[in-house]
Design a protein around this ligand. Structure first.
Ligand code: ATP
Ligand code: MG
Length: 306
C-alpha cells in the first residue's frame, strides 16, 4: 500500500550546514510514527518541509501520494498539525479561538467545537480567556485546533512539551484512542524516548540531520530483548540439554563455549543445576537486560535521547 507520507532524500541546508540531511522516511496508514531525536537534530525543520512552510534545499516530501509545496492546499486540508508552541488569541476564550479556526477552515457544524474541546479535556474551561491558560492547557488547545477539521493525518511537533506527567499520559491516551476510533495516521516528534516507546508503532531516529534508524517498534523490541549468556564446557551438549530438559528452543551459540538464551531468563539456578547434573560445567551466567535507552545512547554517540 502507498504510504501516507514519504520523504525522498529530503535535505535542508542552512549556511553550509545540513539541518536535515537526505532523509528517507515512510509512514504507513494507521501508523503512529515516533520521530525521535535530541535537541537540534532536525525534527522541526523536517516537519516544516512536510507542511510546505520551508522549501527543501533538495529532495522532496510526498503526502497522500502528492508532492508537497507551499501550495498543496488539497493535501493540507487533510492534515492537522502543531509546530512548536502553538499561538492563539490571548484575549479570547478557548471556544472563541476554535470558532475562528472553524470559520477559517470552512467547517459548518458549530458542534465540532465542543466535541473537540471535550476530546482534549478543555470543555470545562471553554469560556476562560486563553491568556490565563497554563502551558499545558495551551498545548491542548493547539491539539484541539489540529483536530477540529477531522484530519486524516496528524503531524505533531513535540505535543507534550511543557506538560506534567499526567498531561503527557492524557495526550498519549487521546492519541491512542484517536487511532482506534478514526482512520487516522500520526507523526509525533519528541526527544523523550519513554514517551515514544509507549505510543509509537514505528520509530525514526534522527540525529545531526540524519535518519539513523527507521523500524517497527516490534522489531526494535525484538532487537533489544533480554537474554542470558551462559559460558559452558561444551556448547553442543549444553544446547541439547537445555532443549531436552528445559524445552528451551530460542537460543544461539554466540561463540565457542557460549550460549545465549532468550527464554527462562529468570531461572538461572534451575538452568545451572540442570546443566551441571547432566555433566556440563558452567563457568558463568550473565543476564543482559538489553534496553532501548542504552541502544539509543549508543546510536546517538552518547547524546541524551532519553
Ligand atoms: N531558520 C534557520 N536558520 C539557520 N539554522 C537553522 C534554522 N532552523 C533550524 N536551524 C538549525 O537546524 C538544526 C536543526 O534544528 P531543528 O529546530 O530542526 O531541530 P529539532 O530537532 O527540532 O530540535 P528541538 O528538539 O530543540 O526542537 C539546528 O542546528 C538549528 O540551529
Ligand atoms: Mg524542534
Amino acid at each position: 500500500m502507498e504510504p501516507i507520507l514519504k520523504t525522498i532524500n529530503l535535505t535542508k541546508t542552512y549556511d553550509n550546514h545540513a539541518a536535515v540531511n537526505k532523509i528517507n522516511m515512510s509512514i504507513g496508514k494507521g501508523e503512529i510514527y515516533g520521530f525521535l531525536g535530541p535537541n537540534g537534530a532536525g525534527k522541526t525543520t523536517a516537519i516544516r518541509m512536510m507542511l510546505g512552510l520551508v522549501k527543501p534545499t533538495s529532495g522532496e516530501v510526498e503526502i497522500f501520494g502528492e508532492k508537497i509545496s507551499k501550495n498543496s492546499f488539497k493535501a493540507f486540508e487533510r492534515i492537522g498539525a502543531i509546530i512548536e508552541t502553538p499561538g492563539s488569541y490571548k484575549n479570547l476564550t478557548a471556544y472563541e479561538n476554535l470558532d475562528i479556526h472553524r470559520r477559517l477552515m470552512g467547517i459548518s457544524a458549530k458542534s465540532s467545537i465542543e466535541e473537540t474541546l471535550d476530546m482534549v479535556g478543555l470543555l470545562e474551561v471553554r469560556n476562560r480567556r486563553v491568556g490565563k491558560f497554563s502551558l499545558g492547557m495551551k498545548q491542548r488547545l493547539g491539539l484541539a485546533r489540529a483536530l477540529l477539521h477531522q484530519p486524516d493525518f496528524l503531524i505533531l511537533d513535540e505535543p507534550t512539551n511543557g506538560l506534567d506527567p499526567q498531561g503527557i499520559k492524557d495526550i498519549r491516551h487521546l492519541l491512542l484512542d484517536l487511532v482506534k476510533q478514526r482512520d487516522i495516521t500520526i507523526l509525533v516528534s519528541s526527544h523523550i524516548l519513554s514517551e515514544i516507546e509507549q505510543l509509537a508503532t514505528k520509530i525514526g531516529i534522527i540525529h545531526q540531520g540524519q535518519l539513523l534508524e527507521e523500524m517497527d517498534m516490534e522489531q526494535l523490541r525484538q532487537k533489544n530483548r533480554h537474554y542470558l549468556d551462559i559460558t559452558v564446557s561444551n556448547d553442543q551438549q549444553a544446547a541439547f540439554i537445555l532443549q531436552e530438559n528445559l524445552s528451551i528452543v530460542d537460543y544461539t551459540i554466540t561463540e565457542l563455549g557460549k550460549i545465549r538464551i532468550y527464554e527462562r531468563m529468570n531461572e538461572p539456578m534451575i538452568i545451572n543445576r540442570t546443566l551441571v547434573e547432566n555433566g556440563v560445567d558452567v563457568a558463568e551466567l550473565v543476564l543482559n537486560k538489553g534496553n532501548l535507552e542504552q541502544y539509543f545512547l549508543q546510536l546517538t554517540g552518547g547524546n541524551a535521547v532519553v
